[in-house]
Ligand binder design. Structure first.
Ligand code: ARG
Length: 463
C-alpha cells in the first residue's frame, strides 16, 4: 500500500514518510526562523512582481500580501506555530499562508525555489545587520575620539616588543585604534556592495520559464541589480565568507585593543582605571578587579575566526549549484553577527569610562629611556653619522641604568664626555615633551598633530 505523506509541502513523490530522526536532523527551522522578516519581505516583492507580469491575478497578490502581513504579526506576537515537519522558515511560512488563504497561497512559489529564496533571505538579513553593526562601530568611534581628545597631550611610553621605545601621547595611541575601526567600517561597506545583488528568479538553478521581471523584484527589495548567473547566485556564499572575514578582522582588532587594556589595568603597568561596571571581583581574592569584558572579547575573537574557517570549509568542495550543505551557513553567520554586535557594543559602552592615570603613564615613559633616539637624532643633526650616534647613546643609556637616572637627568658635562658636539640645547630634546613635540608631521605623535587627526576624524564622521 502506498501512503502519501501529505503534511509536507514537497513530499508527494515519496512513498514513505521521512524517518523521524532524519526529519529532525535535516530541519533548520529552529535557527533559520530568524530570517522570517526577510522571507516575508522577499515573498511580498515576488508576489508583487508575479502579478505585475500577469502570472498571478491582482486579487491573488492582495490575498498573499494580506496573509503574509498576518503571519508577520503572528510571529511578532509569538502565536505563530513553528513546525519541524515543515523543515525550514520558508516552508513554515508558506504552509501557514496556504492555511490562511487557500489556493492563492500555493501559487506564491511559482517561478521560485527555496534555493533562490534562501540566498535572497540571507542577503537581506545580512544587509540589515550590517547597518546595526555600523551604528555600533560609529558609537565606538565617537567614544574613542572623545577619550583621545581628553588625552591629546597625555604622555605615555610607546612600545615595540612590549619594551619602552619612544614617548607618544595616549591620544595618538587611541587614534591608532580609531584608524583600525575606520578600515573595518570601510570593509563592511565594501562587503555590503557585493552582497547587495539579488538571486530571486534564479529559481532552483537554471532560471524559470515564467515571464518574470527580475529588475522589478530587485528594485522592490532595494538590491542594486539582479544576479548575472542563476547557477552562481543560488550557490554563492562568498558574501557570507566575506562578512565573517571582515568580522574576524574587526574582532582581531578588538582583541588587540583588549590585550592592551588588560595589561594597562594591571598593577604592573597601572596606566588606566577600568570602570567598575565592566569588571568583576574574585570569589576568593578580595583585592581582585578583573577586566572581564576585554578578556571575554579577546576570547570571542577566536570563535568568530572559527566561523570564517567553517564557512570556507563548507564551500570548498561543493559542485554547482545548490547543495544541502549550504544550510550549514546560517549558524556561523548568525553567531558572527551576535558576537560582533555584542562585543562592539560592550566596547562602545565601556570606553567612555576608561580613566587614564596620566602621572603613571608619564613616569613610566621617563623610566624607559624613551628619548634615546632623540639624543641620537640630535647628534646626527650636529654632524655625526647615525651609527656612531647610536653607539654613543648606548653608552649614555648604560650610565643612566647604572646610576638610576633618565637621560634628561644626566648632567651636561657627563654627556659631553661622550661627544663634544653636545651643548646645553640638548635638554630641549631629551625631555618627553621635547621628544613628542618634535614629531609634528602628519601621522606623528605631537599633540597638535593628534588634535588635527581628531578634528579630521570628527569631520569624516559628520558626513
Ligand atoms: N533550508 C534550506 C537552506 O538553508 C533552504 C533551501 C533548501 N533547498 C533545497 N533544495 N533543499 O539552505
Amino acid at each position: 500500500m502506498t501512503t502519501v505523506n501529505s503534511e509536507k509541502l514537497s513530499s508527494a513523490r515519496f512513498a514513505q514518510a521521512t524517518d523521524a530522526f532524519v526529519e529532525v536532523f535535516t530541519a533548520s527551522v529552529d535557527f533559520d526562523k530568524r530570517m522570517a522578516t526577510q522571507d516575508i519581505q522577499g515573498s511580498i516583492a515576488h508576489a508583487t512582481m508575479l502579478a505585475h507580469c500577469g502570472i498571478l491575478t491582482d486579487h491573488e497578490r492582495d490575498e498573499i500580501i494580506k496573509g503574509l502581513h498576518q503571519i508577520k504579526l503572528e510571529i511578532e506576537n509569538k502565536t505563530f506555530i513553528w513546525s519541524i515537519k515543515q523543515e525550514d522558515v520558508h516552508m513554515n511560512i508558506e504552509a501557514r499562508l496556504t492555511d490562511l488563504i487557500g489556493v492563492a497561497g500555493k501559487k506564491l512559489h511559482t517561478g521560485r525555489s527555496r534555493n533562490d529564496q534562501v540566498a535572497t533571505d540571507i542577503r537581506l538579513y545580512l544587509r540589515s545587520e550590517i547597518e546595526q553593526i555600523s551604528l555600533q562601530i560609529r558609537r565606538l568611534k565617537i567614544a574613542i575620539l572623545d577619550l583621545a581628545e581628553q588625552n591629546f597631550d597625555t604622555i605615555m611610553p610607546g612600545f615595540t616588543h612590549l619594551q619602552v621605545a619612544q614617548p607618544i601621547t595616549f591620544g595618538h595611541h587611541l587614534m591608532a585604534w580609531f584608524e583600525m575601526l575606520m578600515r573595518d567600517q570601510e570593509r563592511l561597506q565594501d562587503c555590503k556592495k557585493r552582497l547587495n545583488v539579488m538571486p530571486l528568479g534564479s529559481a532552483a538553478l537554471a532560471g524559470t520559464s515564467y515571464p518574470i521581471d527580475r529588475f522589478m523584484t530587485s528594485e522592490l527589495l532595494g538590491f542594486s541589480r539582479p544576479s548575472a548567473n542563476s547557477l552562481d547566485s543560488v550557490s554563492d556564499r562568498d558574501f557570507a565568507i566575506e562578512f565573517t572575514s571582515v568580522a574576524s578582522i574587526m574582532m582581531m582588532h578588538l582583541s588587540r585593543f583588549s590585550e592592551e587594556l588588560i595589561l594597562w589595568s594591571s598593577a604592573q603597568f597601572d596606566f588606566i582605571e577600568m570602570p567598575d561596571g565592566f569588571c568583576t571581583g574574585s570569589s576568593i581574592m578580595p583585592q581582585k578587579k578583573n577586566p572581564d569584558v576585554p578578556e571575554l572579547v579577546r576570547g570571542k575573537s577566536g570563535r568568530v575566526t572559527g566561523h570564517l574557517i567553517s564557512l570556507l570549509m563548507l564551500m570548498k568542495s561543493q559542485p554547482l549549484a545548490y547543495n544541502k550543505d549550504n544550510q550549514e551557513d546560517k549558524e556561523p553567520i548568525f553567531d558572527t553577527v551576535d558576537t560582533l554586535i555584542n562585543c562592539i557594543r560592550a566596547y562602545a559602552d565601556m570606553v567612555p569610562h576608561i580613566h587614564a592615570k596620566k602621572k603613571n603613564m608619564y613616569n613610566s615613559a621617563k623610566r624607559g629611556f624613551a628619548t634615546a633616539t632623540d639624543l641620537a637624532d640630535y647628534l646626527v643633526r650636529k654632524g655625526m653619522a647615525f651609527r656612531d650616534a647610536h653607539e654613543i647613546v648606548g653608552l649614555a643609556v648604560r650610565l643612566g641604568i647604572e646610576t638610576e637616572r633618565d637621560l634628561s637627568e644626566i648632567s651636561l658635562s657627563e654627556l659631553q664626555n661622550y661627544s663634544p658636539l653636545i651643548s646645553d640645547d640638548v635638554f630641549n630634546y631629551l625631555t618627553l615633551e621635547g621628544s613628542i613635540a618634535a614629531r609634528n608631521h602628519i601621522g606623528g605623535t605631537a599633540p597638535e598633530c593628534v588634535q588635527l587627526a581628531i578634528n579630521t576624524a570628527r569631520f569624516k564622521l559628520s558626513r
